[in-house]
Design a protein around this ligand. Sequence first.
Ligand SMILES: [Zn+2]
Length: 127
Amino acid sequence: MNIKRRSVMVAGVPYSIQLVPHGTYDTIADDTNEGMCDYTVKEIVAHDPTMEAREGDDMKNLEFITNNTVKHELVHAFLFETGNSEYAEDEKLVELIALSIEKLHKLCADANVINSIYELPDQPMAA
Ligand SMILES: [Zn+2]
């Protein structure tokens, strides 16, 4: 089986990222779920549509889709590993953050505060 693997540190915790063809894992087998984050084994799995074409696939920039899926799953992992497991389960919040990452990064760069250290609080973030 063709699986692309890489690893990343999520708030100091090593996670593996696996890009797999559709149908590899039952938990992400349906068409509405492109990825998953398993906190118990520190693993993110995402479908990589470049590995196989499915009937009906008409997107040209497939890497863009995979990257967005991995980004979304990384936000789940980040919130969980920073003690915010309640937020990590909030799909709307996770997607909002995933969609906003580049915009927030650009905003901080434009404000020239990109290298400032902003420490996470010891306690989970308040609602
Ligand atoms: Zn999600």
